[in-house]
Design a protein around this ligand. Structure first.
Ligand SMILES: Nc1ncnc2c1ncn2[C@@H]1O[C@H](COP(=O)(O)OP(=O)(O)OP(=O)(O)O)[C@@H](O)[C@H]1O
Ligand SMILES: [Mg+2]
Length: 243
């Protein structure tokens, strides 16, 4: 049986798709056979972000129509033997995706569902940015998840900038988790390369640390304050505000 994680957010654009894909990849790198279900039924955002546009023959929408089996909609990612993605572009009924998750359950260690198939999952992760509006909506999201039967959702604080913490502009991930009364699963730094499709080594390591913590192979959290002390850190803090 796979660990099935429903990944969601209160506020849009918090980084759910980014975290689902990079965390999925990192879990795969630690040896866990991992599938990410891209819940973007309108634009296949996850499939594009994973660089898989044009590389899939079927999606779970074809599975819904009876044109293929769920496993035929699973796309393997080149160079990542344990990492797989399935799209839902054009899917009409979310229940069809949930049935596909059930069908795929036995052949993966982790299935991460990007804002889809909550009912098929046994755990939930809330992704939040460290800003007030996102934290407030993460709080509402936690309540909604509790209503859906997720007793202990976990938190991923994404886009956290160490310089902003030092300047007192945002809270630490631990403070955000304490405020929301949810367990902190991962801290992912702000990485302005991510929107361009690239990733800094520091961020990649943060996802790796998160994957190890989630898979019970470690208990670390990314220290986003690193590199923001001393004269170089001061310059880095001041530069961020100006670029
Ligand atoms: N750690 C990060 N640092 C900087 N930018 C990030 C980070 N994580 C995600 N982003 C950027 O934020 C934007 C939104 O990310 P993403 O699409 O993953 O969010 P989402 O929660 O899936 O959005 P939606 O609600 O539309 O599904 C993207 O441009 C992405 O590259
Ligand atoms: Mg998304």
């Amino acid at each position: 049986m796979a660990n099935k994680i429903y990944m969601t957010s209160g506020k849009g654009g918090s980084g759910v798709t980014t975290c689902a894909l990079y965390l999925g990849r990192a879990l795969a790198e630690t040896g866990e056979r991992t599938l990410v279900i891209d819940g973007d039924r309108l634009a296949a955002g996850g499939i594009y972000a994973a660089g898989l546009a044009g590389k899939q023959t079927y999606t779970l929408a074809d599975c819904e129509k009876g044109a293929c089996r769920a496993r035929q909609a699973v796309v393997s990612v080149a160079g990542q033997p344990n990492f797989f993605v399935a799209g839902t572009l054009g899917l009409k009924d979310e229940n069809a995706a949930a049935e596909a998750v059930e069908e795929l359950d036995g052949i993966f260690d982790y299935i991460i569902c990007d804002k889809i198939c909550a009912g098929a999952c046994d755990g939930a992760f809330i992704v939040t940015e460290p800003y007030a509006a996102a934290i407030k909506s993460a709080d509402v999201c936690a309540d909604t998840l509790a209503g859906e039967g997720f007793e202990e959702p976990q938190l991923i604080v994404n886009k956290l900038n160490g310089g902003q913490i030092i300047e007192g502009e945002v809270m630490t991930a631990q403070e955000i988790a304490a405020l929301l009364h949810v367990k902190l699963a991962a801290v992912i730094p702000e990485d302005l390369m991510l929107p361009t499709g690239k990733i800094k080594n520091f961020t990649r390591k943060a996802f790796r640390t998160a994957a190890e913590r989630i898979a019970g192979k470690g208990d670390g959290l990314c220290n986003v304050l690193k590199n923001y002390f001393g004269p170089a850190g001061y310059v880095r803090r001041k530069l961020r505000a100006r670029i």
